[in-house]
Every structure is written in structure tokens, then in C-alpha cells.
Design a protein around this ligand. Structure first.
Ligand code: B12
Length: 450
């Protein structure tokens, strides 16, 4: 008999969350691969609909109390309380009892949030010792040995999950081929993921990234090469979402969506020919050096209106050291071309990189503030699986921790700059003409370009 499988997007605990980007695409891929092999699957997305509960301030974050004051009011307020976002463990156990799965797969993507996953696993194992628990995702991949020691009763999958999960379940399925596979989103309720009061769906058109930015974990999952889906397959996925699930907003979560120019142009051309009333996003960002005027024109026609551009730093020596493969001249050209077409632009820089100083940041900011764009700080977090990770405690691998506090660029200065940039953006956002307004104020959410 085939097993019943429950896939869980777990709750997270932090000072904030970015609700518009919690679409459980990883579980949709896994569920679709299992269903294609005839297995009964259900998805429990603990983050949608979103609930939150205030938690006691964790002791480990006591040093943040001077910056994150729950009583502070007003639009420039930083963070306040520490929250549990998502279902309680009790509600999850209740759901497990009702669905009665044989196997539970839990996403352990985030190193910083593993505490909540660990506790959940212990409770599931206690209440339902016969259910097999499988963990996968970035954290499970990079720290599999350490997790195995802490949770000897769980099984771990490293790397991409589809084929590995089928193999672990003893299912002899045709090999999973990302390029031709079309994920089916039917297991989630599309109206739980709205944007612009429309149904939104996330998708990926490619996997991996050829860039080697030293702060990015993506290669630990996907290596340093890229794979692209067929344009027909992506169009079939989008059409089904449009026709049967009334999706009108599509967010590509690719890591380098526009690198393969001919393929991306073919995709955009098909989208233009097929849809007239959709909005497109690449919220995870789009690589500057791949963009030029003809490509931007096509993106606009296809339904893109906002661009998230990651400059990281305006110091050219740092761009080289971090392997960015881009520079200020390219940024200047792209911003001018994109503004001339009408795009609203948010440019990201990383605040608090190792060896950075406040002077470096001021240089970056004075470069970025020359343009009529929003400027967003991505607060540096130790990135597991990269050379910039130095055995920091797992819980610190999040932006809101302001984990690094070097004497050359103390945390207090980093927070100060973070706050100042938010104030500037608020002023700019309010003064932008309505058409140019982005949908959200990115500086409230330092993780957007994670
Ligand atoms: C979308 C996204 C988000 C969304 C949330 C997504 C979600 N549903 O939870 C948002 C924007 C909220 C987000 C936030 C953060 N993110 Co983020 N995010 C991503 C991003 C860009 C795409 C994820 C995605 O949907 N991919 C598409 C799916 C299909 O692929 P996948 O997730 O890799 O899943 C495959 C495998 O991982 C595996 N797998 C995954 N889950 C499971 C479960 C099981 C059971 C199995 C068997 C396998 C398996 O199989 C899947 C299919 O092959 C990734 C980078 C990336 N390319 O993956 C970073 C990434 C996951 N984020 C990362 C981080 C660190 C964060 C932050 C914690 C950073 C911060 N600023 O503090 C914040 C959290 C802030 C907050 N409080 O909300 C890191 C994780 C590294 C780590 N070890 O912690 C990544 C890898 C970014 C990076 N470049 O390094 N993120």
C-alpha cells in the first residue's frame, strides 16, 4: 500500500515576517512529484492564513532591546515584539491526528528558525512515534550531521528533494526532470496568497545561479550551474494557474532569471502573446548585468513594473572581492534605461558585511541617492554553507539579529543607518507619483532580497 504523506511549511519565530513571499513552492514541487507517482499528499502551510502570537523576548536577543522597543510608535519604528508566526504546535498535532499520515516531510530551509522545527519534530515523535519524519531544505542540507545528532529519529534529505524523497519512500518512479516537470499548485488555496487583491502564485523558471557571490547559500543546494525549464512547460503552468485558479500576479523566485537572454526573451514573448492582464515580479531580484533596453522593454510589455536590483555595495573593490560580476557603470546604465521606460526601482545594498565600515556605507548611499529610486538595506546575516559563515550560533543567521558587532562598525551604527535609510525611503515613497509607488515599502523588510 502507498503511504500517505503530509508536507509541512513550519512556523517561524522572529521580530517580523514577509507575508507576501511565503508561498510554499518547495512543498508544491515535492507534492507534485509524489502525486505523479500516485501517492496521496497533503500540504499544511502553517504560515497561511497567517496568525501570530507574541513570545517572550529570547534571552539570546537581549542585546537588541535597546534598538527594538515594543512601545515605540510611528512610521519609522523598527521592530518591537518577538513573535511566533504560524500555527501552534498543538494545532499542528491536531491536524496530523486528523490526516493520519504515514510520513511527514518538514521544510528546514532556514538555519535561524531551526529551533521551532526541532521542537515540532520532538513533539510529533512523542505523540506519533510510528510516523516517519523527513527533513529537507537548505539547513537540512548544510547541517545534516549536526541535525542527525540532535534528532536521531528523523531522516534527512540533502539537496533537491523530488527524486530523493521518492527514492527514500522506495518508489521506483521515472527520474525527476526539472526542465520538463510542470508543478501542480492544486493542493493550496490560491486565495490565501493575495497581492493587489488578486490571487498570486510563485514559480521558478530556472534553478541555480552561475554567479559566485560569497554571501549566497544557493550553490549549496543547486551547485554552480543552471538549468532552465522549457518555455512550453512554464506557459502551461501559468495558463493553468490563470484559467483554473484565477491567478493574475506571478512572482518568479529564480536566482538568475535573465541570465539566458535568448530563452528569457522567448519566454517573455510567449507571455506577451498569451496574457493581457497580469503583473509579473522577480522579487528575489534580477541580475543587473543581464539587462539592457530591449530586454527591459519586453519585460515591461509582459507585465513587469517593478525591478529589485541588487547592487550590494557601490565600492568597486568590494564588488570584485565579493565576486559580484557587476559594477556602478552597469547600474547607472540600467537604472537610466529602466526609469525611461517607467519602472519603479528598488536597489538593495548589504549593511554590515564583514570588514565594512560606516564610511563604506555612506559611499554606497551617496551613490544610490543620486537616483530617483528606493534604497533598501539587506542586513547581513552569517550565511551557512559559504566562506562568510564562521560557526555563528544557528539562531543568529537572520537579519534582525544584527549578528556582527565589530569595533570598526559597531552594531549601534549599523542600526542607526538602517533607521535613517527607512526614514529616507518613507519620505521618498510618500513623494513619489502614485504610478511609481511600489507595492510595499521594502525598507520595512530587510530580507526581501534574501
Ligand atoms: C522565497 C524565499 C524566501 C521567502 C520565504 C519562502 C518560504 N516559503 O518560506 C522570504 C522572502 C520570506 C524569505 C525570507 C528569508 N530568507 Co529566504 N529565500 C527564498 C528563496 C529566494 C527562494 C525559496 C524558494 O521558494 N525556492 C524554490 C523552491 C522550489 O526551492 P527550494 O526552496 O530550494 O526547495 C527545494 C529544496 O530546498 C528541497 N526542500 C525544501 N524543503 C524541503 C522539505 C523536504 C521535506 C524535503 C525532502 C526537501 C525540501 O527540495 C525542494 C525541491 O527541490 C531562497 C533562495 C533559493 N533559491 O532557494 C532563499 C533562502 C531560502 N532564504 C534564506 C534566508 C536566510 C532567509 C532569511 C532568514 C534571511 C533574513 N533576512 O533574515 C529570511 C527570513 C526573514 C523572515 N523573517 O521572514 C537562505 C537560507 C539559508 C539558510 N541556511 O538559512 C536562502 C537559501 C537564500 C540565500 N541566497 O542564501 N526567503
Amino acid at each position: 500500500m502507498q503511504p500517505r504523506v503530509l508536507l509541512i511549511q513550519p512556523p517561524i519565530e522572529d521580530f517580523y515576517i514577509t507575508p507576501i513571499r511565503t508561498y510554499p513552492l518547495n512543498l508544491i514541487y515535492l507534492a507534485s512529484a509524489l502525486e505523479a507517482a500516485g501517492i496521496e499528499v497533503s500540504i499544511l502551510d502553517c504560515l497561511n492564513p497567517l496568525t501570530r502570537r507574541t513570545l517572550a523576548y529570547p534571552e539570546v536577543f537581549d542585546y537588541l532591546k535597546e534598538y527594538y522597543d515594543p512601545n515605540e510608535k510611528g512610521p519609522t519604528k523598527l521592530f518591537g515584539h518577538y513573535y511566533r508566526f504560524g500555527l501552534s504546535d498543538e494545532a499542528i498535532l491536531q491536524h496530523i491526528e486528523t490526516f493520519a499520515p504515514d510520513i511527514i516531510g518538514i521544510s528546514a530551509n532556514f538555519t535561524a528558525y531551526f529551533d521551532a522545527v526541532e521542537t515540532l519534530c520532538q513533539k510529533i515523535n512523542k505523540a506519533f512515534p510510528s510516523i516517519k519524519i523527513i527533513l529537507g531544505g537548505y539547513h537540512a542540507t548544510v547541517f545534516s550531521d549536526a541535525i542527525k545528532q540532535r534528532l536521531p529519529f528523523v531522516d534527512l534529505i540533502s539537496g533537491e528533494g523530488e527524486a530523493a524523497l521518492l527514492t527514500m519512500l522506495g518508489i521506483d518512479a521515472a527520474p525527476f526532470n526539472f526542465e520538463t516537470f510542470i508543478p501542480d499548485h492544486h493542493l493550496i488555496n490560491p486565495s490565501l496568497y493575495p497581492m493587489h487583491r488578486q490571487n498570486m502564485a510563485a514559480l521558478v523558471a530556472s534553478r541555480g545561479c552561475v554567479k559566485a557571490c560569497t554571501f549566497c547559500t544557493v550553490s549549496s543546494m543547486y551547485g554552480r550551474s543552471m538549468r532552465w525549464r522549457t518555455v512550453e512547460g512554464i506557459m502551461a503552468e501559468m495558463k493553468t494557474l490563470y484559467d483554473t485558479r484565477h491567478v493574475r500576479v506571478f512572482d518568479f523566485e529564480d536566482d538568475n532569471l535573465s541570465l539566458n537572454r535568448a530563452w528569457f526573451m522567448a519566454l517573455l514573448t510567449e507571455i506577451i502573446a498569451t496574457f493581457k492582464d497580469i503583473r509579473l515580479y522577480a522579487m528575489n531580484g534580477i541580475a543587473l548585468e543581464t539587462l539592457d533596453q530591449p530586454l527591459l522593454e519586453l519585460m515591461w510589455q509582459a507585465g513587469f513594473r517593478n525591478l529589485n536590483l541588487s547592487l550590494v555595495t557601490a565600492q568597486e573593490s568590494e564588488q570584485t572581492r565579493l565576486n559580484r560580476g557587476t559594477n556602478n557603470t552597469i547600474f547607472d546604465r540600467v537604472v537610466k534605461e529602466a526609469k525611461a521606460i517607467g519602472f519603479a526601482i528598488t536597489a538593495y545594498f548589504i549593511l554590515g558585511l564583514p570588514d565594512q565600515t560606516a564610511t563604506d556605507i555612506k559611499e554606497t548611499l551617496s551613490f544610490l541617492y543620486k537616483y530617483d529610486i528606493l534604497v533598501a538595506p539587506s542586513v547581513f546575516y552569517p550565511p551557512p554553507g559559504t566562506p562568510l559563515y564562521n560557526d555563528e550560533p544557528w539562531i543568529m543567521c537572520r537579519s534582525s539579529a544584527f549578528a556582527l558587532n565589530p569595533s570598526t562598525f559597531p552594531r549601534s551604527e549599523q542600526v542607526n543607518i538602517f533607521r535613517r535609510v527607512r526614514e529616507m525611503n518613507l519620505a521618498r515613497h510618500l513623494s513619489l507619483p502614485a504610478m511609481d509607488k511600489p507595492l510595499y515599502l521594502p525598507t520595512n523588510r530587510p530580507e526581501e532580497n534574501c
